[in-house]
Design a protein. Structure first.
Length: 335
């Protein structure tokens, strides 16, 4: 009997777990309840991760759709492009060059230069080799008449641009800027580069004429002007340049004819009136010359008054008196 108890005792000991002297199951890795809780937690975490990944993917897809929408609206409706981009950003600063450049372009097309310029620079901070951003910055400098800054920005754009046709467009812009700066050698270099590439169509005849005049070859400059006028007989720029060159060559009759046409088409062109007066004086038509000298002077004074009024209005944009003053100046130029 004692043997049976011992045997029974041994069976009871065998049924106990190593960590439970009293034979009761302990909480631990082997607990079915705990295992179920762990699996439930793992499933929950897996679901959350999947949901987060789906949300990220949705946000990326939604962002791409809005960027595409803004790009499509930009050429015809920059205000709509701006609206889409600002709604997408929700007050945040653009964190990628594409968004910054799109918003800068939308603002620039609406004339919001002060807002656009920092965004163009933001795009370049994010992507320093972005040719499109350099070109946009160059156009902003051109608008502000910052010729040398525009040249430098176009040089950077040319450095990073890979499309041959876009490179030629940039070179064409550089020709005009070098002409404005009086840099005939730099302008000539761009012209010859384009011609060497067989891209003569990217060299505007008037730009070539300007360069020839800067180089002291006024007579040769008349030929590309004639080509330009054959295509566009009423081109103010071509007539103005031909009149100026004829004045240089002392061809006063031809100069007076060209410059008078310009003055008729652009009555507020003070330079045309002044040069016309010079030609008329050389022809002995002093009374008529004096009228144009006087009108040129009054137009110059009027232009200065407009600039001053705009500056005052920029400092006090809600001032109705300044608004009326500027409007009156713009609507009533000297006659």
């Amino acid at each position: 009997m004692n043997a049976a108890r011992k045997k029974g005792g041994r069976r009871q000991v065998a049924n106990r777990t190593p960590d439970s002297p009293d034979g009761k199951p302990q909480e631990g890795a082997s607990s079915p309840n705990r295992s179920r809780r762990v699996w439930a937690l793992l499933l929950l975490l897996t679901g959350l991760i999947a949901a987060w990944a789906g949300l990220v993917q949705f946000n990326r897809s939604s962002r791409e759709r809005l960027l595409t929408q803004a790009e499509a609206a930009l050429p015809q409706d920059p205000a709509e492009s701006e609206r889409v981009l600002r709604a997408m950003l929700a007050g945040d600063t653009p964190r990628d060059a594409r968004t910054a450049l799109l918003l800068a372009g939308a603002l620039f097309q609406q004339g919001k230069l002060e807002e656009a310029q920092p965004l163009a620079r933001r795009a370049l901070d994010l992507s320093p080799d972005n040719s499109a951003a350099w070109r946009l910055l160059a156009m902003m400098h051109q608008t502000n008449r910052q010729i040398y800054s525009a040249i430098e920005a176009y040089r950077q754009a040319l450095k990073y641009e890979r499309d041959p046709e876009t490179q030629r467009v940039i070179r064409r812009e550089l020709i005009g800027l070098h002409v404005q700066a009086g840099e005939s050698a730099a302008a000539r270099q761009e012209i010859e580069t384009l011609k060497a590439q067989g891209a003569d169509e990217f060299v505007p005849p008037l730009q070539e004429a300007y360069v020839l005049r800067l180089e002291g070859n006024a007579k040769a400059a008349l030929e590309p002007i004639e080509r330009s006028l054959q295509r566009e007989p009423d081109s103010v720029a071509a007539l103005m340049l031909r009149g100026t060159i004829r004045l240089d060559l002392k061809q006063y009759d031809g100069a007076a004819a060209d410059l008078e046409r310009v003055a008729q088409m652009q009555p507020a062109n003070k330079e045309a009136h002044y040069k016309l007066a010079v030609a008329l004086r050389e022809l002995g038509l002093n009374e008529k010359a004096n009228r144009h000298f006087d009108l040129s002077r009054r137009l110059a004074e009027h232009a200065a008054a407009v600039v001053a009024a705009r500056s005052q209005l920029a400092a006090d944009p809600d001032n109705p008196q300044l608004q009326r003053q500027l409007l009156d100046l713009q609507q009533n130029p000297p006659q």
